[in-house]
Design a protein around this ligand. Structure first.
Ligand code: NAD
Ligand code: MG
Length: 386
């Protein structure tokens, strides 16, 4: 029986992780649940899964739950998140955004298996997260579908991230292209929030859905792939594949390409991460070949979706530049979700925020928090000026 800390349990990845656990109750025990403020949803999860600890970032929600469930430890705050990983075998980081950083660092520092959905922590934390990863030789099993695909394609081939293999020609990260694939600049100037939230192939939380519409999600995933697999940026390509069936590919120096395929269902990469190194007999994402008539591929539109280019640039810059990019993006996307700015403002704001990047080195955790804070401040000022 593996004990799981599921942090971000009420979201899209969180609830799908509980589907996976529900289907294999003999294998997994939910020890810790954590969420932001969704008290109604977590109340039902507590009743069904009986965790020993629950953490809410919202203090009022934590207080209410503490009174309702006297036999359960109910806590609040980032320190509680960090401490919660100690008693678990697997930590599923399904929190959205930079708020997931303490969990990623704590899980790796404690030598736990980290099933990582929260890409923002790895991207923003960069060198600091790598230090924690190496100190305990902890493993990160990616939950993001593209990286689960790359991990599976590379599996058995190389497991030591310190020695990037000479035999890999490139990683090919696939992208659905989002709801605005093929749109002209004019058309993109008039897209609405409702349209941005209509993803063609995946049903996800609002932040990542907007990131997918700008292709920032793919940009973040390029940085994520670099951090996970230690491959240089010039060897990481993005290919648009609207059906989201080929989840990513690895091309070797002899030009042979290995790909991983399934129907788009996040419960498959989650199952893979929770069962690793075994494979489970669960059938999420199973392909019915009668229903697939074509698999299409095209080049991304870097001009109209400049977030992708900005992410490559911040990734190449390294140090705290990805933290800066991530923070500017989180602030811009939140402003778009609140109706403060237009969709087309998002890439401009991030580009302007990056123009103000202060080139701080990423040596300690503190540097990452400082870069995040400064970039948020600047991006908020830029928004106020719109
Ligand atoms: P979501 O918005 O649906 O859920 C986010 C979860 O995090 C919720 O449970 C929320 O309560 C919790 N949360 C927010 N702030 C918190 C805090 N400070 N402390 C504790 N919990 C907090 O988001 P999602 O779509 O499930 O995405 C989660 C992460 O997984 C993101 O990093 C995203 O990029 C990544 N991801 C998601 C998908 C997907 O299909 N949804 C796919 C790949 C990667
Ligand atoms: Mg993805």
């Amino acid at each position: 029986m593996k004990n799981i800390a599921l942090l971000g349990s009420t979201g899209s990845i969180g609830t799908q992780t509980l589907d996976v656990v529900r289907a294999s109750q003999d294998k997994f025990n939910i020890e810790v649940l954590a969420a932001g403020s969704s008290i109604g949803a977590i109340r039902k999860q507590i009743t069904e899964f009986s965790p020993s600890t629950v953490i809410m970032s919202d203090v009022r929600a934590a207080k209410m739950l503490d009174e309702e469930f006297p036999t359960i430890t109910v806590l609040s705050g980032p320190d509680a998140l960090k401490e919660s990983v100690v008693a678990c075998d697997i930590v599923v980081n399904a929190i959205v955004g930079f708020a997931g950083l303490p969990v990623t660092i704590a899980a790796l520092s404690e030598g736990k298996t980290l099933a990582l959905a929260n890409k923002e922590s790895l991207i923003a934390g960069g060198p600091v997260v790598q230090k924690a990863r190496k100190s305990m030789k902890s493993s990160i099993i990616p939950v993001d579908s593209e990286h689960s695909a790359l991990y599976q394609c590379l599996h058995g081939y190389r497991s030591d991230y310190d020695r990037p293999s000479q035999s890999i020609k490139r990683l090919i990260v696939t992208a659905s292209g989002g709801p605005f694939r093929g749109f002209t600049t004019d058309k993109l100037n008039n897209v609405t929030l409702e349209e941005a939230l209509e993803h063609p192939t995946w049903d996800m939380g609002p932040k990542i859905t907007v990131d997918s519409s700008t292709l920032m999600n793919k940009g973040l995933e390029v940085i994520e792939a670099h951090e996970l697999f230690g491959i240089e940026y010039e060897k990481i390509d993005v290919v648009v594949h609207p059906q989201s069936i080929v989840h990513s590919m690895v091309e070797f120096v002899d030009s042979s390409i290995i790909a991983q395929l399934s129907m788009p269902d996040m419960r498959l990469p989650i199952t893979y991460a929770l069962n690793y190194p075994e494979r489970s007999e669960a059938e999420w994402g199973s392909i019915n070949w009668d229903e697939i008539t074509k698999l299409e591929f095209e080049q991304p539109d870097f001009k109209n979706f400049s977030c992708l280019k900005l992410a490559y640039q911040a990734g190449e810059e390294g140090e705290t530049a990805p933290a800066w990019l991530n923070a500017a993006n989180e602030v811009a996307v939140a402003a778009f979700l609140n109706g403060q700015i237009k969709w087309a403002d998002i890439p401009h704001l991030i580009a302007q925020a990056l123009d103000n990047y202060d080139s701080r080195k990423a040596e300690e955790e503190h540097d990452i928090y400082e870069a995040d804070k400064q970039a948020r401040l600047i991006t908020n000022q830029l928004i106020a000026g719109i």
